[in-house]
Design a protein around this ligand. Structure first.
Ligand code: FAD
Ligand code: NAD
Length: 460
């Protein structure tokens, strides 16, 4: 890797917040010789989220979908400084950020202030609980690697506890009831993976209780997967039915307790559902850091749903701040493919920007700072750096039992497909999308291992 050196005072300092889809795509494309680049994130790795549901039951081992940030930065021309920390405050007035080490091990110094010329906010979102009581205390989320590990551990704990001597039939029934809340792609993919684990592994290792395991998915809307075409919604619901996954649509979870949840059904009845394992997948909400920044820029930031950006991904109302991915509120869905295309776009825009500034300086032109100009009609910016343009590559989801669904744009038309062939396509698409050969081989090896030996059922 390139050797760490003090910042070059002739170059601008570019700070990137996050190591997710948006930040990593940007880092891969940026020419690090043009800026002093600093990355701040509480995670020193990139996580390939599309395969995260597979880690909850051991189809894939969690390290196979993690890529250390240092593996990425070592290929850069000039060293990139990485700080494992949370950014806890952004001050647009002084162009500084506060960073805090919130990990278990702290040194004498665990808080610092960093200056930036340019800042890219790519911090994603956190799980939305809608303030429903008991969710944070009792449910498992599915967003980070530790969430998947926790689900896997709790699942095995429920199963082992159900076989404890003298356990009453009612308690066995409760412990073996796995409930998923949220019928978006996260909830559906998790339910699909859990189904596979039950029929492919549990029946062999726990034949006495396997037929007592039940799986319920609760969704507030009248259908699951509202973002997919009608045909694929019907296909998913009928596949779930034949896989004995009980789908309870039109039902809103109102309260969560340690052993049961309270659901309001479409006819306004309140029912109690006992559960052993509860997975909460009801979507995203903005992080406090982003909410604070929106409050500081309140005149320009009129949406509560995320940072508003212009066509060049510059944060409205701020100077020298860009935002990408789930932290923004745009016409695009919060998707990895959006964050990744935005990251690639910003890398190119920043590479171009540094070159334009060099040209300006060499020609002795007055340095109109085109990067920080917030005037959307700035002709110079428009002529030399094109606005961001998103190309959808379609939607894909795994639904269990070796079946997947896909809505793909082909020659301007949406083409829907489902079943085993789509599952093979899903596998090949994701293995190709994995960033490097190391992770590709690890995931492929996990798939082979699962086929030959089954999933590992030890409880961590
Ligand atoms: P993230 O990838 O979430 O990255 C945010 C980064 O910011 C992380 O590194 C985080 O540690 C860091 N961070 C957090 N707080 C701070 C802070 N205070 N300071 C500094 N850094 C911070 N999308 C698809 O298109 N296809 C899929 O198949 C798909 N599958 C998914 C499956 C699951 C289970 C989940 C949860 C999501 C899936 N998504 C998928 C959505 C996709 O993962 C997100 O849209 C994408 O991760 C957004 O990228 P991002 O860079 O905005 O945020
Ligand atoms: P989501 O927002 O897509 O779905 C959440 C679901 O939870 C909604 O359908 C909502 O009606 C339901 N819900 C909310 N509150 C509820 C309550 N109290 N009771 C019952 N149901 C409730 O969230 P997600 O599935 O986590 O996805 C987040 C983002 O990530 C989306 O943009 C999604 O497209 C993307 N993603 C994509 C894939 C994929 O492409 N395969 C996989 C996972 C996530």
């Amino acid at each position: 890797p390139p050797v760490q050196a003090p910042p070059d005072t002739t170059k601008k300092t570019l700070v990137i917040l996050g190591t997710g889809w948006g930040a990593i795509s940007m880092l891969k494309g940026i020419d690090s010789s043009l800026y002093n680049i600093v990355v701040v994130s509480p995670r020193n790795y990139f996580l390939f989220t599309p395969l995260l549901p597979s880690c909850t039951v051991g189809t894939i081992e969690h390290r196979s979908i993690m890529e250390p940030i240092h593996y990425i930065t070592r290929h850069k021309q000039r060293a990139i400084h990485f700080y494992e920390a949370h950014c806890t405050d952004i001050d647009p007035a002084t162009k500084t950020i506060t960073v805090e080490d919130q990990s278990d091990i702290k040194g004498d110094v665990s808080k610092a202030t960093l200056k930036y010329d340019y800042l890219v906010v790519a911090v994603g979102t956190e799980n939305n609980t809608f303030g429903i009581p008991g969710v944070t205390e009792h449910a498992c989320f599915l967003k980070e690697i530790w969430d998947a590990r926790k689900i896997r551990t709790k699942l095995m704990d429920c199963i082992e506890t159900a076989t404890f001597p003298g356990q009453t039939p009612e308690e066995v029934e409760r412990l073996l009831h796995m409930v998923v809340v949220g019928g978006g792609p996260t909830g559906v993919e998790y339910a699909g993976e859990l189904h596979d684990f039950l029929v492919e592994d549990l029946v062999d290792w726990y034949p006495d209780i396997a037929d007592k395991v039940r799986l319920t998915l609760v969704e507030a809307h009248p259908t699951v997967l509202p973002m997919f075409s009608r045909q694929l919604i019907d296909y998913t619901e009928s596949t779930f039915k034949s896989n004995k996954i009980n789908v309870q649509t039109g039902s809103v979870v109102k309260e969560v307790h340690d052993k049961h949840l309270v659901v309001e059904t479409h006819d306004k009845q309140r029912i109690q559902i006992p559960y052993g394992l509860l997975v909460w997948a009801t979507g995203n909400t903005q992080r406090p850091l982003v909410r604070d920044l929106m409050a500081k820029l309140s005149v320009a930031q009129t949406s509560k749903r995320g940072l508003l950006v212009d066509d060049y991904l510059r944060v409205k109302g701020a100077e020298g701040i860009w935002a990408i991915g789930d932290a923004t509120f745009t016409k695009y869905a919060p998707l990895a493919q959006v964050a990744s295309q935005q990251g690639i776009y910003l890398a190119k825009a920043f590479n171009r920007l540094a070159k334009l500034e060099e040209e300006n300086a060499a020609a002795g032109r007055s340095t109109v700072d085109i990067a920080t100009s917030t005037d959307p009609t700035d002709e110079d910016t428009r002529a030399k750096i094109r606005p961001f343009n998103y190309t959808s590559q379609g939607s894909l989801a795994y639904i269990g039992a070796d079946r997947a669904i896909a809505d793909m744009p082909i020659f301007g038309k949406n083409v829907s497909s489902s079943g085993f062939a789509t599952y093979l396509f899903w596998k090949s698409a994701y293995i190709n999308l994995l960033f490097n050969t190391r992770n590709q081989s690890m995931v492929a090896a996990d798939w082979v291992k699962k086929t030959l030996f089954g999933r590992d059922i030890s409880r961590e």
